[in-house]
Design a protein around this ligand. Sequence first.
Ligand SMILES: [Zn+2]
Length: 94
Amino acid sequence: MNGDWEERVRVRAYAIWEREGRPDGGAEQHWLMAGEELRAEDAGMVNPGDEAAPGTPGTGEDICPACDGTGTRDGKTCTNCGGTGKVIEGIGGA
Ligand SMILES: [Zn+2]
């Protein structure tokens, strides 16, 4: 099912490109980032609110904006951070 993987990477690479403000060029970099993000997600390392896998250069933990760091929303586990109360976000001008 290699085609599925490539489609996932393509869609994610596009999302990263939009996330970064649609810069000219950098498609190859976005493609690589997309692959890394998807692999991390498949390994259960990343939550939907995370912008990158833990340990990614230029990123750091921040309080989950969806649940204000509590890990729960409306009495349920926060889906944005997976209940951790934290998300991985880009920091600085990386
Ligand atoms: Zn949360």
